[in-house]
Design a protein around this ligand. Sequence first.
Ligand SMILES: Nc1ncnc2c1ncn2[C@@H]1O[C@H](COP(=O)(O)OP(=O)(O)OP(=O)(O)O)[C@@H](O)[C@H]1O
Ligand SMILES: [Mg+2]
Length: 252
Amino acid sequence: MMRILAILNQKGGVGKTTTTANLAHALVLAGKRVTTIDLDPQGHLSATFGIFDERGLGIDEVLLGDVCIADVVQQVREGLYLIPAGHRLGKMEMLTQGGASRGTRLRTALTGQFEDQDFILMDCPPASGILVMNALAVADEVIVPVAGDYLGLRGLGYLMKTLKSIEQGLQKKLEKWIVVTRFHARRRLPREVVGKLLDYFPGQVLSTPIRETTALAESPGFGMTIFEYNDGSNGALDYRSLAMDYLNGRTM
Ligand SMILES: Nc1ncnc2c1ncn2[C@@H]1O[C@H](COP(=O)(O)OP(=O)(O)OP(=O)(O)O)[C@@H](O)[C@H]1O
Ligand SMILES: [Mg+2]
């Protein structure tokens, strides 16, 4: 059965795109079929896979126009697919017509599509507007990357409250996972952050913290995932382990 995941946190720079790209590739390397969707007008997910085609069609034309989602999907690796953002995606947030259906366009577009896939991973923008609404309307699960720094926990309560009200509005339950990112094992503060996360979200924090790794910061600049850029790095080790956590429901 296909699982649809939104990788989301309204806070910027916490590792949403890094997690989407590398978790997706790790799942593919574990034999799963994965399609990713770049829901961020910045287009960073596409860039991470080495796709810089600015004028190509993307999810923008699906959400704003009448292009079929199956016509904008590209194969980026063996077994790994990408639906790019497209250069018009930012216009989605300015959409004033369409009422409530603006929030369910992605769900409508995905209905009956990609049923041979195991996972669809959606990289969300650092916001809480209409694009995130579209992601949550279609998602079965949410992965929230939380940076292990002193600001990491800020806004998390608000995010969880928002998710709860969306669940009520949509009358469905979202499975929620937390991923600790940008982790410095030798510092005290990140360990405190993890301790607090475990208090607030017992059974939901995936076991492997993603360590702060230079290779993870460098790889997108080369259009590579961590497994292509430096397969022996801590980043590759951590994301492989995270994929296994996720597949086996292994939490701290
Ligand atoms: N574990 C890590 N180690 C080192 N660098 C990291 C790590 N995770 C992310 N980065 C770097 O931090 C920056 C922000 O990461 P990323 O783009 O994944 O965050 P984001 O949440 O998607 O940001 P945005 O909110 O802008 O979409 C990037 O330059 C990325 O390469
Ligand atoms: Mg991002």
